[in-house]
Design a protein around this ligand. Structure first.
Ligand SMILES: Nc1ncnc2c1ncn2[C@@H]1O[C@H](COP(=O)(O)OP(=O)(O)O)[C@@H](O)[C@H]1O
Ligand SMILES: [Mg+2]
Length: 448
């Protein structure tokens, strides 16, 4: 599986953040634990200092706890030596006379104490003590509180990293979509102006590859076009000669053979014409854009094909011809219209009908051809647009280039082809070509 740079960056960054947070947490816990202990030592010192100002006899050494917690946490203040044990105390302490003055840790019957030993103004020695477990608990609570911001910060940082990475990688996804939109008919380069600096070398390499590909494609197209051109003249000469021979008195069998030879030459001639058309629509510069009246082009194509329709007994007509203006190269637009109407008439059996219409719908110029022929199987639908692909079964001759020409022309014109069932659900094919109408486009440009 391909590694994802974004996922990798996320895991690196989040691991670093987690490690740094753990380190920061441990450090701040240790420091504030230490601080809390120092603070409690200072408290002991302050209590001892206050007590040393007066005699112990004047002071209520017995502490009255307000609640359970107070009873556990209170300071124990005791005279050194033979002070009687405090029966009300939860924890009591007997202090020896020999204790040195100052802060110290004491352990007595399994309980650890932190105590300060001092002397008051009348010379009495006493100690202020606190249980170490209580002190530790207070210190731990204080230290734990310093961890709260660190713990809260982790998910926030992870979310920020996720959002930042998504934002940073969005241009890459957009660029892939741009490259996906490029197709063989138009190898336009990827726009390098707004590409991120880090991705620029990759885009430049893609663009160089596109230029090489465009060169190879152009060479191929020219080869096809030149070959078709070269073949055109000798085939035309052969047709003239075959016609001449047909005028000569010939035996019946030779005449029949001559006639099929003549048909073969016609097929070859139309294949050469289609090859030339295919090379032309592939190579014509898309920059040639004129205002084209789609209805005029459709009328010319119908006029051209009408003799074939009449000869076959197919009713070719227009159900609706509205004015619809498009922008584009007339060569492309005519090649598209002619090949589609030609197919409809060609594949519709005698007695059938072909209806052509031109209209403007939702700002799109629409050219629709519906026939009553056999239609195209869904399984063949994509295939038939490939060059030289023909669906076997009909007696019609053809080159298999008609729909390939129509598709290439549609791409260059910037329109959209849709092939499917007839709108009235009768058997037959419905071919639709939609392109933003030039009239609408210029109206919206004007308004902008
Ligand atoms: N209107 C149509 N009705 C039925 N089949 C069609 C129609 N138009 C195209 N086809 C099918 O699509 C195939 C490809 O069409 P095309 O590229 O024009 O090549 P050609 O017409 O030279 O065979 C045809 O062989 C035919 O089987
Ligand atoms: Mg055809």
């Amino acid at each position: 599986m391909n590694a994802s740079l974004r996922r990798r960056l996320f895991s690196w960054l989040s691991t670093s953040i987690l490690l740094a947070s753990v380190l920061a947490g441990v450090l701040s816990f240790a420091l504030s634990y230490e601080d809390a202990n120092d603070l409690q030592d200072a408290q002991l010192r302050q209590v001892a200092a206050v007590l040393s100002n007066s005699a112990l006899a004047h002071m209520p050494l017995k502490f009255q706890p307000q609640n359970n917690e107070d009873a556990e946490t209170h300071f124990v203040i005791k005279r050194l030596g033979s002070a009687p044990p405090d029966p009300g105390a939860l924890f009591d302490l007997t202090l020896s006379e020999t204790l040195r003055p100052g802060l110290q840790s004491i352990e007595q019957s399994g309980v650890r104490w932190r105590a300060i030993v001092a002397q008051n103004s009348v010379g009495e020695r006493f100690a202020v003590a606190q249980r170490v477990t209580v002190r530790d608990e207070v210190a731990r609570d204080a230290a734990l509180q310093t961890l709260v911001p660190v713990v809260l910060l982790i998910p926030v940082l992870l979310l920020i990293i996720h959002l930042v990475l998504r934002q940073a990688f969005a241009p890459l996804a957009a660029m892939s979509a741009d490259i996906d939109r490029l197709d063989g008919s138009r190898l336009a380069a990827v726009d390098e102006r707004h590409v991120l600096l880090e991705v620029l070398p990759l885009v430049q390499a893609v663009n160089r590859l596109m230029r090489r590909l465009a060169l190879v494609l152009e060479q191929q197209r020219r080869l096809v076009s030149d070959a078709a051109h070269e073949l055109r003249t000798p085939v035309a000469a052969l047709i003239v000669q075959a016609d001449n021979v047909q005028h000569v008195r010939l035996p019946l069998e030779a005449r029949a053979r001559m006639s099929s030879l003549r048909q073969g030459l016609d097929r070859m001639s139309s294949l050469i014409d289609q090859l030339l058309n295919y090379a032309r629509v592939q190579g014509a510069a898309p920059s040639i854009t004129q205002r084209l009246e789609l209805s005029t082009l459709v009328r010319s194509a119908i006029e051209e094909i009408l003799p074939m329709a009449q000869a076959k007994g197919v009713d070719l007509g227009c159900v609706r011809i509205d004015p619809a203006v498009i922008h584009g190269d007339p060569l492309h637009a005519y090649a598209l219209v002619r090949n589609v109407v030609d197919n409809a008439v060609r594949y519709t059996p005698s007695g059938g009908a072909v209806d052509v219409s031109v209209s403007v719908e939702d700002g799109d110029a629409c050219f629709v051809v519906e026939d009553t022929g056999p239609g195209i199987d869904a399984a063949d639908m994509d295939r038939v647009f490939e060059p030289f692909v023909r669906v076997l079964g009909s007696q019609e001759s053809g080159s298999g280039l008609g729909l390939a020409i129509a598709r290439t022309a549609a791409r260059v014109l910037g329109g959209h082809i849709d092939v499917g069932q007839r709108s009235d659900r009768r058997s037959g094919l419905r071919f639709t070509y939609r392109q933003v109408s030039a009239a609408e486009a210029s109206a919206s440009f004007g308004a902008a």
